[in-house]
Design a protein around this ligand. Structure first.
Ligand SMILES: Nc1ncnc2c1ncn2[C@@H]1O[C@H](COP(=O)(O)OP(=O)(O)OP(=O)(O)O)[C@@H](O)[C@H]1O
Length: 217
């Protein structure tokens, strides 16, 4: 299987503090990888570099040609008063004037993420799992080849976690979407992901998820 991402000698320093260095890895198209590591080891920093929100101090990375990336953040910045409906929120990732084609695409993603029945619910009053699926639907509007989820299951209850992960697995199997999933939840990663990247002590290791033996859980 072809690579979708190649990371070479990546390093990140903030002022004098080196977060990581010599980070090298490749991800295959259609792979499911957990990005693990203790707090503060640079998982979010690495994602921000891949999303081109940060410029690395050293090294380079390359996605395969024409790759479309989707990003699913944690929903923590949505407060109870947030006025938009789930449908309108998903549509934020589309032009303001919605053509019929766009409206259909939004409907399809609401269906895909099991939100169509509650599309008029206000985001502010949606449950954590529903909010997270709305972020996922938003990211899916771009028809991504790869999605990056940053601690998307943190603060969800067990049922919502399983539902989100089931959906991610379905997207991987049905649409061959490559998944990079940042998490602290090793059991969940063992259940749903195939490979791991483990960021610790300033560098990275890669392996098969069922063989992961990190010194933290
Ligand atoms: N803009 C910045 N300026 C200076 N230091 C930063 C900046 N962003 C992150 N850091 C530092 O880089 C280190 C890695 O942070 P990062 O948020 O990437 O870790 P993380 O592995 O995602 O942590 P967590 O699991 O707690 O989310 C931390 O020590 C953090 O304080």
């Amino acid at each position: 299987m072809e690579d979708i991402l190649e990371v070479k000698d990546l390093a990140m320093r903030f002022d004098k503090k080196t977060v990581f260095k010599n980070v090298n890895f490749k991800l295959k198209k259609g792979s499911m990888t957990a990005l693990l590591g203790p707090n503060g080891t640079g998982k979010t920093t690495l994602i921000n570099i891949l999303m081109k929100l940060l410029v690395p101090s050293n090294g380079s990375f390359k996605f395969s040609a024409d790759v479309s990336l989707g990003y699913v953040p944690q929903f923590r910045n949505i407060d109870a008063e947030y006025p938009l409906s789930i449908e309108a929120f998903v549509g934020l990732n589309a032009p303001v004037i919605k053509t019929d084609k766009t409206k259909k695409a939004i409907k399809r993603q609401l269906e895909e993420t099991h939100l169509l029945g509650i599309k008029d619910t206000r985001m502010g009053e949606a449950s954590g799992g529903q909010k997270q699926r709305a972020y996922l639907a938003q990211a899916l509007l771009d028809n991504p080849d790869m999605i990056i989820l940053d601690e998307a299951t943190a603060s969800l209850d067990p049922t919502a976690k399983e539902e989100l992960m089931g959906l991610i697995k379905h997207l991987n199997q049905k649409h061959k979407i490559t998944v990079l999933f940042v998490t602290h939840d090793v059991p969940l990663a063992k259940k749903y992901m195939k490979d791991y990247l483990y960021l610790n002590h300033g560098t990275i290791q890669q392996g098969k998820m069922d063989e992961f033996k990190g010194d933290y859980e």
